[in-house]
Design a protein around this ligand. Structure first.
Ligand SMILES: NC(=O)C1=CN([C@@H]2O[C@H](COP(=O)(O)OP(=O)(O)OC[C@H]3O[C@@H](n4cnc5c(N)ncnc54)[C@H](OP(=O)(O)O)[C@@H]3O)[C@@H](O)[C@H]2O)C=CC1
Ligand SMILES: N[C@@H](CC=O)C(=O)O
Length: 414
C-alpha cells in the first residue's frame, strides 16, 4: 500500500516553487503541511499561514512524515536533514554540497534510525542517474563515468562558443534563469560538479571520497586566447567531471575543463542540459541526457524521490557495504593544454612530456602530460587569472595498467 505523505518543505525558491508548480498540476496523494523560509517579508504565491521561519515547527510536527529540503544554505541544510532523520522522518534533498560533504554520516544515520534520504535532484537535475548507478551497474563491471554536471557553466560555455556572447553576460543570464548557485563561483569554479561527482562516485563504486581531495579547476579564467585556440582546432570547451577505474581497485576523480571534439558525446550538450556518459565492461558506452538545472527539471527529480518514498524506497549502498576494497588515487598522467604567464609554473608542474609550445609576449601555452598529483599540489597557482588548464582527453596509462586487458580498451574512451 502506498503511504500518505504529509510534507514539511524547507525552501521556496527556484526549486521549491518548481516542485509546487508540478504538484499543483497533478492529482497526487500528498499534502504540503508547512513551508519553512528565511525571509518573512518576501511576497509569496501561497497563503501566508502556510509559511514559517521556525524550523522546529516542521521538525517537531508529528503529523509530518516527510521532509523536503530545498534551501540554499548547506550548513543549515545539514542541521535540518540530520535532525529529521533522527526524528524518524524520511527526507528528500537537492543539496549536493551538504550531501557530498557528510555522505558517510548520512548513510549511518539512515541505517541507525531506519529512515531514508533520497537525493536524485542533487546530481544532474532531471537525469535519473543515482538510481541507475545504485541499482543497475555492478561494481566489478563499472569502469568510468564522466559528463556535464553543471548547467550554469555549460550555459555560459554554449553562449560563448555558439553565439559569441561574453562570459559576464552569459553568467548573468544563467543567474537570471535560476540555474546558478547563490555564489556562482561554486558553478564556474567547478565546486558544484565536484560535489555531484563525489555523490555519483559513492553510488557507482561504493567509494566515499571527501570532496576536498578531488581536484576541481573551473572555467572562471577562460580567456579569448583559450577560446581562439579551441576554435582553431575545432574543439568546444566543456567543464567535465570524471571518475574512472585505472585498475581493478584504484579510482581516479577530477573536474577539469576539457577540449571536446565533434565526435565526443558531450560536444552537442548545450545550455543548461547535463549529460552522463558511462562505460561498463560489456554494456560498453551509455549516455544519459537531460536538463540539469532549473525549477521544473529539478522539481521533477525531487517529486520522483517523494513518490519513491511512498513505497519506502531507500538507497541500500550495496557496493559500499560489500567492502570491495576500492580506493582513491591521484596516480595518473593527464595530457593538458596550459595557458600560463610565469615560466616557474612549468617547472613546478614537472611535465612528463611537452608536445606543443607557443610563446608570445601576451600569450603562452604548452600542451603536455602532467601528473594529476602535480596539478593537485599546485592548485592554488592554477587558480591565478593568468592560468587556464584544459584536459585534452588523453590519459596516459602506466605499463602495468595497460597489461590489465580490461582497462586497456578504455584508452580512447570517455
Ligand atoms: N536552481 C537549480 O537549478 C538547482 C538547485 N539545486 C539545489 O537546490 C537547493 C535550492 O536551490 P534554489 O531553489 O535554486 O535556491 P533559491 O536561492 O532559489 O531558494 C532558496 C530558498 O531557501 C530558503 N532558505 C534559505 N535558508 C533557509 C533556512 N535556513 N531555513 C529555511 N529556508 C531557507 C530561502 O528563503 P527565502 O525565500 O525566504 O529567501 C529560499 O526560499 C540548493 O541546494 C541548490 O544547490 C539543485 C539542482 C538544481
Ligand atoms: N547551479 C547548478 C544547479 C543545479 O544543480 C547548476 O548550474 O547545474
Amino acid at each position: 500500500m502506498s503511504k500518505n505523505l504529509k510534507i514539511g518543505l524547507f525552501g521556496f525558491g527556484v526549486v521549491g516553487q518548481g516542485l509546487l508548480d508540478i504538484i499543483q498540476s497533478q492529482n497526487l496523494n500528498l499534502e504540503i503541511i508547512k513551508i519553512a523560509i528565511k525571509d518573512p517579508r518576501k511576497k509569496r504565491t501561497l497563503n501566508k499561514d502556510l509559511f514559517t521561519t521556525d524550523r522546529n515547527e516542521i521538525l517537531n510536527n508529528t503529523e509530518i512524515n516527510t521532509i523536503v529540503e530545498l534551501i540554499n544554505d548547506a550548513d543549515a541544510a545539514y542541521e535540518i536533514v540530520t535532525t529529521a532523520l533522527k526524528n524518524g522522518k524520511n527526507v528528500v534533498s537537492a543539496n549536493k554540497k551538504m550531501i557530498a560533504t557528510h555522505l558517510k554520516e548520512l548513510v549511518d544515520l539512515q541505517q541507525k534510525h531506519g529512515t531514508s534520504l533520497l537525493y536524485e535532484g542533487a546530481v544532474c537535475g532531471s537525469i535519473p542517474i543515482i538510481r541507475n548507478l545504485e541499482e543497475y551497474y555492478d561494481n566489478e563491471l563499472f569502469h568510468a563515468l564522466s559528463g556535464i554536471f553543471n548547467g550554469s557553466s555549460n550555459y555560459i560555455l554554449s553562449k560563448i562558443f555558439n553565439d559569441g556572447q561574453s562570459y559576464d553576460s552569459a553568467l548573468k543570464e544563467a543567474q537570471d534563469l535560476g540555474f546558478a548557485e547563490t555564489d556562482p563561483i561554486l558553478d564556474v569554479g567547478g565546486y558544484d560538479p565536484k560535489y555531484k561527482l563525489a555523490i555519483a562516485t559513492a553510488h557507482a563504486y561504493g567509494l566515499f571520497v571527501n570532496p576536498d581531495v578531488i581536484l576541481n579547476i573551473g572555467i572562471q579564467n577562460l580567456s579569448n586566447n583559450d577560446i581562439k585556440y579551441a576554435r582553431e582546432k575545432n574543439f568546444k570547451i566543456k567543464l567535465v567531471p570524471t571518475a574512472r577505474k585505472v585498475n581493478t581497485k584504484d579510482i581516479v576523480t577530477y573536474v577539469l575543463p576539457k577540449l571536446v571534439a565533434k565526435d565526443d558525446f558531450l560536444y552537442n550538450v548545450e545550455n543548461e542540459y547535463n549529460a552522463v556518459a558511462v562505460q561498463a565492461a560489456f554494456a560498453d558506452k551509455q549516455f544519459f541526457y537531460g536538463k540539469g538545472a532549473g525549477g521544473h527539471p529539478t522539481g521533477a527529480a525531487v517529486l520522483s524521490d517523494i513518490a519513491a518514498l511512498r513505497y519506502d524506497y531507500r538507497y541500500e549502498y550495496k557496493k559500499y557495504h560489500s567492502e570491495n576494497g576500492v580506493k582513491h588515487t591521484a596516480e595518473i598522467l593527464l595530457e593538458v593544454y596550459l595557458r600560463y604567464a610565469d615560466e616557474d609554473l612549468i617547472t613546478l608542474l614537472e611535465f612528463d612530456n611537452i608536445s606543443e609550445r607557443y610563446a608570445a609576449s601576451s600569450y603562452k601555452y604548452v600542451v603536455g602530460t602532467v601528473k594529476l598529483e602535480s596539478l593537485i599540489k599546485n592548485r592554488d597557482l592554477l587558480l591565478d587569472q593568468s592560468v587556464f588548464v584544459a584536459y585534452t582527453g588523453r590519459q596516459i596509462y602506466k605499463q602495468e595498467q595497460l597489461s590489465e586487458n580490461v582497462f586497456a580498451s578504455e584508452l580512447a574512451s570517455l
